[in-house]
Write a protein that binds this ligand. Structure first.
Ligand code: FES
Length: 681
């Protein structure tokens, strides 16, 4: 039996005997314990921090004496003086084993640390990025054994980090020699190895130890908005999130109008490609500024997007997506250098990964939702709805997963809404309307206070009250219905019909006034009849898509519903029910998941195994094409009423009493609803 000291690592529980004098980092590596190191044990990166524990540990069967590790050494002292080590911490590469010891590896010292996500039910992200930092000491050139600098760097990576072979672009080669000499043959390299790559690639090099980190962008490229998360590739922490409107809107509000723009205008697709790439370049610069990092440190970008955005981003003409059978140029995932896509405002050798598309109009954004929400691992039947200008809808469980994309239009994102805007400080995101007085109170993004609370005016002094975002407009429409300002067909009543002067005439229809700052030169925020119609179209498309998947699955009920997307994190189930946006489900089983497509992009950015996983999962998902399915149209028409005429939530009456006015606007009846009423009577 060995008399070598026993080393027990927590939280992994891995244990083994090691000779006296073994560095803790070495013991960890031999046991396969997840302990980080960028400098390879040279005592300069501090990634290998550990916390030794002393005393009795009956659970592990060891007693740890005070001298179980070597004494605090000069390297640790130097690091502590310069940067400070937390009390009780040691550097794993410096402390050596002297006796039985229990060693805790704190989360920040784990290579494959888990990134905690806010929602309790959401999957954790395990860090395993494609690009990592390595500090190496490279042999100097020698007249007697002439080899190139790259070959010696390659050898150093092989000997010090077990990276077999590397390549480097010409642009990297041109930096290699001066940087090696500047660093006195000690350099840090960023090495990229994708999940399908047989050879790794050196994408950046810095003299000495590089301590400014490595970053990646997870981008959800939507038809209306582009949302990006700048993510630390070592910790998984989101350093900044930013978004902007997709500039392609000027070529067409929705996907089909952009496809037609491309069909009607020679070179139109290239114009749109240029516009979106420029926007992503601007976004890269602004998000790096916001996080206070050099944009050159962005070495990876992951995109999720619908098929039309996918093609236009890649510079592929989307014309085939305008007609059945909706053939994609490729539905496979793609890995390519960012510069091939003219993305020049990040590291010049940054790599791009685009998630696979499912098929037809069901794209990489839907694949990202599947990666984030994992319907195929759900025991119960789950309906996942990710709302953007298109809704990505998934229905499934462990036996089968169906997916479709439904053209909701941009209303849920606050676009095509008279006072609409994207979710940004100043936007109304919550609203309540008193059913008796018909007076509104609201909250804006950037303040926790309601508009009738003390301190609200001070809170909004800098942002102002600028418009309504997607979640705000949903609440506004539902609250108008609850307050009796809106009838079942979606018609807004006049001041006389509703009893409030906030219902103001607008042409032949009416609008509800939420906030008027026009006297001070500010905006006049209303919900117009046109806004109500846009929301009705959007919610009908959403409902019809979900219902179509249920038809194909041959079910009338789902076990639970997950709402995600532009307003997914905020929308209240009460308002969703009043609108009749989603099929009936137990109320306590309707939950919000935030931006699931964006989360899927982050997962793929931080973990290369997830890339292989989603590439496999998409092959198992059955696509349902809404555009050619006649039943979609039937469901769409049936879903127009507020709430749904034939499929309202049974619990709705327990939550709220809906008045049932029938308006016949004073300025002239709304012809469409008037006709419908006549037909019914
Ligand atoms: S491994 Fe870098 S300081 Fe210990």
């Amino acid at each position: 039996m060995t008399t070598d000291p026993l080393v027990v690592f927590t939280p992994s529980g891995k244990r083994g005997h090691f000779p006296v004098g073994t560095p803790v980092l070495t013991a960890a590596r031999q046991l396969g314990v997840d302990l980080d190191s960028v400098c390879g044990g040279r005592g300069i990166c501090s990634k290998c921090q550990i916390t030794p524990s002393y005393g009795e540990f009956p659970k592990h069967g060891v007693t740890v004496s005070d001298d179980a590790l070597s004494e605090w050494n000069a390297v640790e002292q130097r690091y502590d003086d310069k940067r400070g080590l937390k009390t009780g911490r040691r550097l794993g590469c410096q402390a050596t084993v002297q006796g039985d010891i229990v060693i805790d590896v704190p989360p920040e010292s784990q290579v494959h640390r888990q990134v905690v996500r806010k929602a309790a039910t959401a999957r954790a992200i395990t860090m395993d990025p494609a690009t990592r930092l390595y500090f190496v000491v490279v042999e100097e050139p020698d007249m007697h054994s002439p080899t190139g600098d790259l070959e010696r760097l390659e050898r150093a990576l092989r000997e010090q980090w077990h990276i077999d072979a590397v390549t480097a672009d010409l642009s990297l080669m041109s930096k290699l020699q001066p940087v090696l000499r500047k660093g006195k043959w000690e350099v840090t390299v960023a090495v990229h190895k994708g999940h399908k790559d047989s050879v790794a690639k050196v994408v950046e090099i810095w003299p000495g130890l590089h301590e400014s980190g490595l970053y990646g962008l997870a981008i959800d490229l939507g038809s209306t908005t582009i949302a990006a998360h700048l993510t630390d590739l070592e910790t998984g922490e989101v350093k900044a999130s930013s978004g902007l409107m997709n500039p392609q809107i000027r070529f067409g509000e929705d996907l089909m109008s952009r496809v037609s723009y491309s069909m009607m205008n020679p070179g139109g697709d290239q114009e749109m490609t240029k516009a979106v790439r420029e926007a992503i370049n601007d976004l890269s610069t602004s998000i790096a500024d916001e996080a206070g990092i050099d944009a050159n440190l962005i070495v990876e970008t992951v995109f999720v997007c619908n098929p039309v955005m996918h093609h236009l981003l890649l510079g592929l003409d989307p014309v085939e997506l305008g007609q059945a059978p909706f053939a994609l140029a490729t539905s496979e995932s793609m890995s390519l250098p960012a510069r091939e896509m003219d993305l020049t405002k990040m590291n010049p050798r940054a790599q791009v990964y685009i998630l696979p598309c499912i098929a037809g109009h069901v794209g990489a954004d839907c694949a990202a939702v599947a990666l984030s929400e994992e319907p195929g691992k759900s025991e119960d039947l789950v309906l996942i709805v990710d709302v953007g200008t298109n809704a990505e809808i998934l229905l499934g469980n462990t036996s089968r997963v169906l997916a479709c994309s439904s053209p909701t239009g941009p209303a849920f994102e606050g676009a095509q809404i008279s006072s609409g805007q994207r979710a940004a400080p100043g936007a109304i995101e919550r609203i309540e309307i008193d059913p008796v007085t018909k007076e509104p109170r609201f909250r804006i993004i950037g303040s926790e206070k309601w508009s009738d609370e003390d301190g609200f005016d001070q809170d909004v002094a800098t942002t102002g009250i600028t418009g309504i975002c997607g979640s705000g407009i949903i609440e506004a429409v539902a609250e108008m219905r609850i307050a009796g300002l809106l009838d079942e067909s979606g018609l807004i009543g006049s001041a006389e019909q509703t009893g409030t002067t906030r219902c103001v005439p607008e042409g032949r229809t009416h609008a509800y006034l939420i906030h008027d700052a026009s006297a001070e030169g500010g905006p006049r925020i209303t919900v117009t009849q046109g806004d109500i119609r846009a929301i009705q179209l959007a919610k009908s498309a959403l409902y019809a898509g979900a219902r179509l998947l249920m038809d194909v699955m041959e079910v009338d009920k789902v076990d639970r519903v997950v709402l995600a997307g532009a307003f997914g994190a905020h929308i209240s189930t009460k308002h969703a029910m009043v609108l009749g946006m989603i099929p009936d489900a137990p109320l306590d089983k309707v939950s919000s998941a935030g931006n699931a497509a964006g989360t899927g992009a982050r997962i793929a950015l931080c973990n290369i195994t997830a890339r292989s996983e989603i590439e496999h999962v998409v092959r198992e998902i059955t696509k349902v094409e809404t555009a050619i399915e006649p039943k979609f149209q039937d469901h769409f028409v049936a879903a127009n009423a507020i709430p749904h005429k034939t499929d309202p939530f049974p619990e709705l009456s327990q939550v709220v009493t809906l008045p049932s006015p029938t308006f016949n606007s004073a300025g002239g009846a709304d012809e469409k609803s008037g006709r419908r009423r006549r037909r019914r009577s």
